[in-house]
Design a protein around this ligand. Structure first.
Ligand code: ADP
Length: 403
């Protein structure tokens, strides 16, 4: 019999066609729910694998409204959809999760700092930079906290873009600040935190108010990009881990987050400080695809659909995830044979993205109980996928170039 296909389950709309939407598709298949993606072009990572793709601009209200028609709920694979557009979708009757009021705290670092400070969450000292007298503020902040200080664009940063370390009030600083203000950016300052390492707390919260927390992980960054995640964070004091989970659940609750919330943290001599928030699946949670009973992508779908949340327990004592960055040779597939033959335990997740040097194009995951061994295996696989045989087993390039 012909006719329109029967509607099976709800439709979750995800604005943004990047790798997070692509990996959400995998979880949607398992749950038997439909995912619709708003992608900027058919070449985007998720657009290549999702059957219900709408091509449009997720910063245009017209495109968003057309996309949202027929969606039971709308969620996001990044934080760049304007808040007033989200409010307009909500006013027109489409639930958006997270909602505009919560998401603002993942869009604007200054708003986030002000709100978290009000809530009593531990944050680095910070100050807005007034465009009328930026240098005077930078100087007085530097004198108060000590140099260096961290200058940030309040909006639009990612992978360390939008973050500058200032060693003092030099001519170079003055030029940089003038240039950023000319671009129309709003700026803020933070004390430079001498952290021991970076951690991330990933939690989910449903509209019903149910919360679930994943184990706290350590994230390792190079040149502003997360390159490795260790789950759970090795050697982390149990009380501190519980405190980090409580802090993230509490922030999710107080801000009214629905869906996932990742809280990036600094672990320092005096405990934890919040760095920033993300309200979507997060790079620090990719390990959960193979390493937890419920992947973060499934958890996000459950949360935005207001379903009971899944078990967050890990499936192994340690899980290590390493990001695969693009190298010089785009033919990554030709290197699978080595990686897979060399180590059948490595799980390869690629995003179908064009390979550009330094771009995140995938990740690998290994799990087991010997952390040092897992780290070496993950690094080898990620480096090999990037560079091919010119990298030895320790990850060092044989031709002496930096990886
Ligand atoms: P992005 O939005 O680009 O991820 P973040 O605010 O997370 O930017 O900063 C990127 C990186 O810069 C952090 O992961 C951390 O390594 C460093 N950083 C950010 N803020 C501070 C700070 N106040 N003190 C020291 N390092 C910082």
């Amino acid at each position: 019999m012909g006719g329109a296909p029967q509607k099976v389950g709800p439709v979750v709309g995800m604005a943004g066609g990047g790798q997070l939407a692509r990996m959400a598709q995998q979880a949607a298949i398992g749950l038997g729910v439909s995912l619709r993606v708003l992608a900027g072009s058919p070449d985007e990572s998720a657009a290549k694998v999702v059957s219900d793709v709408r091509i449009g601009d997720d910063r245009s209200l017209d495109d968003l409204s057309a996309f949202a028609k027929g969606c039971d709920v709308v969620t996001f694979d990044h934080e760049h959809v304007p808040g007033d557009h989200i409010e307009a979708l909500e006013a027109a009757g489409t639930p958006c999760r997270p909602g505009a009021a919560a998401l603002l705290h993942a869009q604007d670092k200054l708003v986030m700092r002000q709100r978290l400070s009000e809530l009593g969450a531990p944050c680095p000292r910070f100050a807005p930079v007034p465009p009328s007298a930026p240098l005077a503020m930078i100087e007085s902040f530097g004198l108060e906290t000590g140099w260096p200080v961290v200058l940030k664009a309040t909006r639009g940063g990612y992978d360390g873009k939008g973050v500058w370390i200032l060693d003092g009030l030099t001519a170079e600083t003055a030029r940089l600040v003038a240039d950023l203000l000319d671009q129309g950016l709003r700026l803020m300052l933070e004390e430079h935190v001498p952290f021991r390492r970076e951690l991330a707390a990933l939690v989910a919260r449903s509209p019903h108010g149910q919360g679930a927390a994943y184990p706290i992980v350590e994230t390792v960054q190079e040149n502003g990009i997360c390159v490795e995640v260790l789950a759970p964070a090795p050697g982390l004091d149990e009380d501190l881990a519980a405190e980090a989970q409580r802090l993230a659940l509490d922030i999710a609750d107080k801000l009214g987050v629905t869906g996932l919330l990742a809280v990036e943290l600094f672990e320092g001599e005096h405990g934890l400080l919040v760095n920033e928030l993300a309200m979507r699946p997060h790079n620090s949670g990719h390990w959960t695809i193979e390493g937890s009973r419920t992947s973060q992508f499934e958890q996000h779908l459950r949360a935005v659909l207001d379903l009971p949340l899944g078990d967050t327990r890990p499936t192994a004592p340690y899980v290590v995830m390493a990001n695969v960055l693009g190298g010089d040779d785009p033919d990554v597939y030709s290197r699978y044979i080595h990686v897979m033959a060399h180590d059948p335990g490595v799980k390869v997740n690629m995003y179908g993205k064009d390979v550009r040097p330094g771009r995140k194009i995938g990740h690998v995951t290994v799990l087991g109980d010997d952390l040092a061994d897992l780290r070496e295996r993950a690094r080898h696989a990620a480096d090999y996928l990037r560079w091919g045989p010119s990298v030895d087993r320790s990850g060092a390039r044989l031709d002496g170039r930096r990886t």
